[in-house]
Ligand binder design. Sequence first.
Ligand code: 5GP
Length: 126
Amino acid sequence: MPIDATAPYDDQNIFAKILRGEIPNKTVYEDAFALAFHDINPQAPHHILVIPKGPYVSWDDFSASASDAEIAGFVRAVGKVAREAGFVEPGYRLLANVGMDAHQEVPHLHVHIFAGRKLGPMLAHD
Ligand code: 5GP
C-alpha cells in the first residue's frame, strides 16, 4: 500500500526498525548520516537503498526539514556508495518515490540505486 507522504513520521516503519537494529539488513555502507543496504526484493542486478539516519518520511520532508549537514551528508553518502560500488563508469539510476502516485511503500526516505544492466526508459508505461 502506498503511503501518504504528508503524514507524520511513524517510528514503527520497517526502515526505522532497521536503523535501530531490530531487523537485520545486508549493510553496504554506514556513516553518521546514512545507512546503505541491499534491497530485499532487487529490481536490478544491483539494487541498494540509502536512507538518512534521521526521521524523515520522504524526500519532501527531508528537503524541507533536515539540517544542511544532514542533507550534505546524505547526498555525499549516496554518491559515495555508487562510486565505491563501481557504478559510475557503466552508469546507474537513482530513484526516490514520494507518496501515493509514486507508490512509496516505506514511510522513511530512501533513495534506490539501480545498476548492473541497461536500465531502459525512465518511466514504465501502463
Ligand atoms: P518504495 O516503493 O517505498 O520506494 O520502496 C521500498 C523498497 O523497500 C522496496 O524496493 C522493497 O523491496 C524494500 N524493502 C521493503 N522491506 C524491506 C526490508 O525489510 N528489508 C530490505 N532490505 N528492503 C525492504
